[in-house]
Design a binder for this molecule. Sequence first.
Ligand code: B12
Ligand code: SF4
Length: 491
Amino acid sequence: MPPDITLVHPLFISKDPVEQRLMTPYFPLGLMYLAGVLRQQGYTVELFDCTFRQEYGEFEAYMRRVRPRVVGITSLITVRRHALVLGEIAKQHGATVIFGGPDPTGIPERYLAHRGSGDFVADMVVFDEGEHTLLDVMDALHGRGNPAESWQEIPGLRLRGENGQVVATPPRPLIPDLDELPFPARDLVDMDAYREAWLAAHGYWSLSLINTRGCPYGCAWCQKAVFGRTYRSRSPENSAAEMRFLKETYAPDMLRVVDDITGVRRQWVPRWRDAILARDAVIPFECLTRVNLATEEMLAALKEAGCVKIYFGAESGSQKVLDAMEKGARVEQIERAAARCKRLGIRTYFFMMVGYPGEEWEDLLLSVQLLRRTLPDEFSTTIAYPLPGTKFYEQVRDRLMFQSEWNLDWEYTAQNRLLFQRDRYNTRFYRWVVRWFHKEWEDAWLAAGKPAPWYERGRIKLGLWAMRLLVRLLARVPGTGSIRFQPAPGR
Ligand code: B12
Ligand code: SF4
């Protein structure tokens, strides 16, 4: 018997140089939540996970053999092309094809208008949060419960109108209580393959967990498709129960808490710590928070709950640039957060960004100074890229360096590359800035007493000297030139 629905994760590590280099695969929790809810209502679900697969042909063979009636495909901007190709294959085998996730929500017209070799591929896009909408769609397809008579009656969909326009059905209210959801259906995942990939690349393995949905902040470059500027959290007890379950069932070495922001509600974190300790559910974990939330108390509670590493979106050492990004954070807060983590023995990882509109040479120097003063344990630097639907995108829309927004595919964004015309500076300049930041940071660690053999010190000093000279020279050279592919350094 074919399953009632097959959910597809279209990320192929074999086709993605960035993923190959990082080798930190996580299966998509969104799909696993959908699967959990559908199974709770009696539907049979299979997962087709492309993570460790090589070719589209494997999905073709699956479709030929299994013939699911419905295929639901999740998508991000990075995997849009694969999602559409897999959708074509599903359509050729007669399945109802549904797309959902951040990219289809952000740009549904891209999916609805896509024609494969002939017919339209997508029957619909599930917009925003998916659990209840997909359940309604499945009920309608199977005539179960009180099924909707037309797709237009189901809230939370984007459909294709007669003239090809996007038709929106009424908005779907957000799920009020996240504790109602079953834990993600991780049993559908080939856990051994993930475990082995992690162990081979890093010597430990990590699973993901999510406690909250949404983020109340409004950084101008952040695409907030799906959960918008809303914020809901599970109860600390519900989350701790899942951690206990993960510890007993899978015993991962690490957890990645994938909330946009941990600790938006101040009292939540100490309650979570208590719930974790009470259940003996500690698993070393890493999470992301904002520097303005990183109080001594919050960080101490995270540490006691098992936190070993915190990612901060530091972005820049220039207040002017942070304000332009509408980051809602101050440079002093970045410094305080880093110092507090160091005192508590929590590792820090900074996300830095260069090339944001308004950033000038002096601002880059301030970012260098920030890295040198705060000495994060790790950091990565991204050249700012404008995602559709953001204020940043609107700001640079008339200066984009590709033909239309339809071209804003991952071929462009995967490369750490400047995507809009600036008055000064080009991609080549920023790529060297990224390397320069790294050398400054290495040198600052040496200056702070990090032990290193003489040849290593020499390499860093020489590299730093060369980098400083080069970026100063490049800062004066106009023109963009053509740039070879080079993946972004990390996330
Ligand atoms: C965890 C995470 C990661 C993890 C793991 C990804 C994974 N496989 O789970 C890692 C660190 C690997 C990662 C990497 C990247 N990420 Co990321 N990530 C996230 C994060 C923080 C959480 C994802 C999550 O689990 N959400 C919780 C679930 C419940 O929500 P959901 O996935 O949206 O699913 C719901 C709905 O969308 C819908 N739905 C989803 N799929 C489907 C499918 C169907 C059929 C249906 C009906 C419904 C449906 O229903 C689900 C349940 O309600 C999100 C931000 C966010 N808060 O969502 C960013 C986010 C998804 N990432 C993003 C980006 C840009 C990236 C990177 C490109 C970053 C980088 N520069 O390297 C890479 C790309 C990786 C790749 N090669 O594809 C963007 C995507 C933007 C876009 N439009 O595509 C987001 C939205 C962050 C942002 N605001 O910019 N990411
Ligand atoms: S970048 Fe982070 S803090 Fe800013 S709006 Fe996006 S999720 Fe929220």
